[in-house]
Design a protein around this ligand. Structure first.
Ligand SMILES: O=C1O[C@H](COP(=O)(O)O)[C@@H](O)[C@H](O)[C@H]1O
Length: 266
């Protein structure tokens, strides 16, 4: 690892030498959280994102994780989803199914994807209802300081504009305080219609990981993590601040290249 430590109030930073190291560290981290949650609660409720994240989770499909992780106890959700058919190449569900879920023994009824045959608004409402039922049965915990669900882990990627889930810069969706899951129909990144966890839900999780690679995202990483004043407030990733949970950043060296004053151990 090139650097590991805590950076101001922005959580733990893990900067990895290369993508292979990042994939291994991420798999270890997820496997450890899964083991701890299963020991404590009997289940592991994890929300995925789309994009590059799924490929970076690939080691979980390999030994030893494919055998040692208690896959039967996993409950899968999406922190955001594109409102397209599940068979569409833009679907975050399809991405995760092809790249991860079809390769490990997850129980199909534990996979909670959105209804792809209704409007974005209906899909967000139905998804909220699904999560509510699972909170009632305690498959998903509940926050002790709000009525929000408390996922064991929410895994986020970040776009070059600093968006996380489908929370885009300067979008009204960033101000949503009442809903758990909301929708947008004007995403600046196609496809336009999406559902997304809101900031209160993301910030109620026990653990949040933001996984970012590549130089094209270095400026957004700098704005999201370093103390640089008002400019940074428009970066959605900066608004990820778990109230009681733990935030960990997984970065490769190019993504971390614009961070202030970090000493890399070569
Ligand atoms: O559109 C989306 O983009 C982000 C970032 O994707 P990446 O490919 O740049 O990592 C992703 O986290 C989100 O789930 C997705 O819907």
């Amino acid at each position: 690892m090139a650097f590991s430590g805590v950076k101001n109030d922005r959580g733990e930073l893990r900067i990895l030498e290369n993508l292979d190291e990042l994939r291994t560290d991420l798999a270890d981290y997820i496997a450890e959280l899964s083991e701890a949650a299963v020991k404590e609660r009997g289940v592991f409720a994890v929300a995925l994102s789309g994009g590059s994240l799924i490929g970076l989770m690939g080691k979980l499909c390999e030994a030893p994780y494919n055998k040692t992780v208690d896959w039967g106890k996993w409950y899968i959700f999406w922190a955001d989803e594109r409102v397209v058919a599940k068979s569409h190449s833009d679907s975050n569900y399809k991405l995760a199914k092809d790249g991860l879920l079809s390769k490990v023994p997850i129980v199909p009824s534990h996979v909670h994807s959105i209804n792809d045959s209704v409007s974005a608004e209906e899909a967000a409402d139905e998804y909220t209802f699904v999560i509510r039922q699972l909170v009632k049965s305690r498959m998903v915990s509940v926050s002790d300081i709000s009525d929000c669900p408390k996922f064991d882990l929410i895994l986020l990627g970040m776009g070059p504009d600093g968006h996380v889930a489908s929370l885009f810069p300067n979008h009204a969706v960033l101000d949503e305080k009442d809903e758990w899951v909301t929708f947008i129909t004007d995403s600046p990144k196609p496809p336009p219609e999406r559902i997304t966890f809101t900031l209160p839900v993301i910030n109620s999780a026990s653990n949040v990981a933001i996984v970012v690679t590549g130089e094209t995202k270095a400026e957004a990483v700098h704005l999201a993590i370093d103390n640089i004043g008002p400019d940074s407030q428009s970066v959605p990733a900066r608004l990820v601040q778990p109230t009681k949970g733990k935030l960990v950043w997984f970065l490769d060296k190019p993504a971390a290249s614009k961070l202030d004053s970090l000493q890399f151990s070569e």
